[in-house]
Design a protein around this ligand. Structure first.
Ligand code: 5GP
Length: 216
């Protein structure tokens, strides 16, 4: 998508997403080999597809998928409008046993898009905090080893190439299905007419191809 700067919206199809995940899973299975997937909201759909391909690429293990809900842009009941787009709001979490669930695991966080990175940064910071809370239940002598055995990774279907407004904790493994320009991605699950959505997606590809030809 490097020559598509003039495209403000880009329609992404279910098949595009499925294939991006398929392409990336063999590498993720070898390099990171997650044993738990944590989906951020919409990330549940890519995470479910990912489970299929990771099962193929690993020892046929069926990964558990946990979901957390975070909102940066969407209106949230009881939250002042001026806070939206500024602050990440927690709408769903892992429950009281969060730290126990995460400790000693290789946890892959799955989301559809990394835009400003605020959501991913918040998710990582908070999940690490849960791990630290759980470590207090373990003898001090064991804590460093337990902390070191807990690994966090991220998979996003799309990463937008743009300046990020938040950083990820050091040592976070990061995968993106595809690097894209700073366009607005229209995802298939937001559409009420999937055939029209797919038609617009095909048109985006056509327009981008003819723009590339003109550039040559
Ligand atoms: P962040 O700015 O924290 O990286 O992304 C926050 C959230 O904004 C994402 O999880 C996603 O819900 C939404 N978002 C950001 N960019 C896009 C986009 O291009 N298309 C859609 N549909 N949602 C987006």
């Amino acid at each position: 998508m490097s020559n598509e700067n003039q495209v403000k919206h880009w329609h992404v199809t279910y098949n595009n997403i499925h294939n991006l995940i398929r392409k990336n899973c063999p590498k993720i299975a070898v390099d990171f080999n997650p044993d738990l997937l944590v989906a951020i909201g919409i990330g549940f759909f890519p995470a479910r597809v990912m489970r299929t391909f990771l099962r193929e690429a690993t020892t046929k293990k069926t990964l558990q998928i946990q979901a957390i809900g975070l909102s940066l842009y969407e209106p949230v009941e009881g939250v002042a409008e001026e806070k939206i787009a500024e602050e990440v709001i927690r709408t769903q979490w892992l429950g009281a046993e969060a730290g126990k669930m995460l400790l000693g695991k290789r946890v892959l966080i799955v989301d559809e898009v990394d835009d400003t990175r605020k959501t991913l940064s918040y998710a990582l910071t908070e999940l690490k905090r849960d791990v630290e809370t759980e470590l207090l239940n373990h003898p001090e002598a064991d804590r460093d080893a337990l902390r070191a055995s807990t690994k966090f990774g991220i998979f996003v279907v799309h990463n937008k190439n743009k300046p990020k407004l938040a950083a990820l904790p050091e040592g976070t493994t990061y995968y993106s299905g595809e690097e894209v320009d700073d366009v607005w991605l229209d995802y298939p699950w937001e559409s009420t007419d999937i055939e029209e959505h797919d038609r617009l997606a095909a048109l985006d590809v056509e327009n981008a191809a003819s723009a590339t030809k003109k550039d040559v």
